[in-house]
Write a protein that binds this ligand. Structure first.
Ligand code: ADP
Ligand code: MG
Length: 464
């Protein structure tokens, strides 16, 4: 079966081929002809990484009337990154349909720019719920001509608490629009959403039951010892040096800190979390997609739905709180027919959590043995001088706080703090040296660059 066999027109097929997409995936095989031929409400359930975006994007592109310069299709997505990604597919696949325009609108970027863009003829809008409501309330967008509404990653939208936003958005749409819901899992609240919003005769297309996770993922667990978690992580990363992956943390603070702790280590890591502004998030994502960063340290929300090709591994540095989170996290790897590993970091006393994932998701984990390098080496004396001493209100106590916050050090690793008038000394394990220098490079304090040296007497290395 080819896309042409499914009824996709030659201009779109040409664009697909330009992106090396030749053969429809299972979900595409079933949804595309259906959407093309009917205007019925639809629920599509298929595991992550199976091409659900193109499954709605292609038939919608084909059904849109380019001569009507009004918004005819709206795709709601849970995150900004996903919004950009979905809009990009509309853009790529409409390359030879020159008169169809798609726009992405999402929070965290200036609304004025988006308002300006929406003044041009726009056929498709991809939006995060909050920003869309903002635009609707300002009368900057009209959904009066809307024909197709897609709720993409519906389970994520519900998880993130967007139910009331969806309610509100629907009030701006006509009753008889055609609604399509795409999801990887089908928890009770998504079923509720379907009952509430979809036509009772909706069609459901299911590729794999939700309990079946992507079969190409190899599930592993690694048992770490208390206090040595970072060493185990470093050992794992050393063995996967030339590969790329995402590491999941439970909190923004943990993600930020861990990225700092990995500074100077053999992998290039950066953090992606909700505290970053849009510009920084875009920068991190670009770096990751282009391969400048090979490890993305992320929170669940920030990394939701993102599609980066050829990721080799997923690390659950903190175990997911809910089972479906495991499906979503691990679904970032093994995409588009590739394989990948998903590794859980777990303490021996918490092994029952692995057992629970095995039985709930019907998967098997294997034990991954990793030998951590714990030899921290001798303590290295470090001097910070300039303007960092008593005169600037630094004390024996707040110097460690500063180093924990800004360089990601462990408080316990900072020894022998001595504070003088405008300089301070302390000792850290030799393997933290790089981490400090990289994180504090170019750091400004009281408008002056921080200056660091490895040794007060013979400063071998300085940072200005
Ligand atoms: P999902 O939403 O199901 O998690 P995506 O729509 O993000 O998955 O698609 C995952 C990846 O697969 C994307 O990089 C996409 O370009 C690619 N892809 C989609 N359809 C095909 C196809 N028919 N053949 C090969 N790759 C595809
Ligand atoms: Mg998707």
């Amino acid at each position: 079966m080819t896309f042409s066999d499914l009824g996709i027109n030659p201009a779109i097929v040409q664009a697909l081929e330009g992106n090396k997409i030749f053969k429809p995936t299972d979900i595409q095989l079933k949804t595309i002809p259906h959407i093309l031929q009917h205007d019925e409400d639809l629920v599509a359930v298929a595991q992550t990484g199976t091409g659900k975006t193109a499954a709605f994007c292609l038939p919608i592109l084909q059904k849109i009337d380019p001569n009507v310069g009004k918004i005819q299709a709206l795709v709601l997505v849970p995150t900004r990154e996903l919004g950009q990604q979905v809009a990009r597919e509309f853009f790529l696949f409409s390359k030879y349909l020159s008169r169809i325009f798609a726009e992405a609108v999402y929070g965290g970027a200036p609304i004025e720019d988006q308002i300006q863009k929406l003044k041009r003829s726009t056929h498709v809008v991809v939006a995060t719920p909050g920003r869309l409501i903002d635009l609707l309330e300002r009368d900057a967008i009209s959904l009066q001509d809307l024909k197709y509404l897609v709720l993409d990653e519906a389970d994520e939208m519900i998880n993130m608490g967007f139910k009331s936003e969806i309610d509100q958005i629907l009030k701006y749409c006509k009753k008889d629009i055609n609604k399509m819901l795409f999801t990887a899992t089908m928890p009770a609240d998504v079923k509720q959403l379907i009952r509430e919003y979809l036509h009772p005769d909706f069609v459901e297309i299911r590729i794999h039951a939700e309990e079946f996770i992507n079969q190409k993922i190899e599930h592993q667990y690694l048992i770490y010892k208390q206090g040595e978690k970072l060493d185990y992580l470093k050992a794992f990363l050393s063995e996967h040096k030339d590969q790329r992956g995402i590491l999941f943390c439970r909190t923004k603070t943990a993600a930020k800190r861990l990225a700092k702790q990995l500074a100077g280590f053999e992998v290039t890591a950066d953090a992606l979390h909700g505290n970053l502004n849009q510009e920084s998030r875009d920068k991190v994502m670009r770096g990751f997609k282009k391969g400048r960063i090979n490890l993305l340290v992320a929170t669940d929300i920030a990394a939701r739905g993102i599609d980066v090709k050829e990721l080799d591994y997923i690390i659950h540095y903190h175990l997911p709180e809910k089972t479906d989170q495991y499906t979503h996290r691990s679904g970032r790897t093994a995409r588009a027919g590739k394989s990948g590993v998903s590794v859980c970091f777990v303490k021996s006393e918490n092994l029952e959590e692995i057992k629970a994932l095995e039985s709930e998701l019907n998967i098997q984990f294997t034990l991954l043995s990793v030998e951590p390098v714990t030899d921290a080496g001798l303590n290295t004396p470090i001097t910070i001088y300039m303007n960092m001493g008593f005169a600037q209100s630094f004390t024996k106590n707040n110097i460690p706080e500063f180093l924990v916050e800004e360089a990601g050090l462990n408080a316990a690793d900072i020894k022998n703090v001595v504070v003088e008038d405008s300089r301070s000394y302390f000792d850290v394990p030799a393997n933290c040296e790089q981490q400090i220098f990289i994180n504090l490079k170019g750091y400004k304090l009281f408008h002056r660059n921080l200056k660091l040296s490895l040794d007060a007497e013979n400063s071998k290395r300085n940072i200005y």
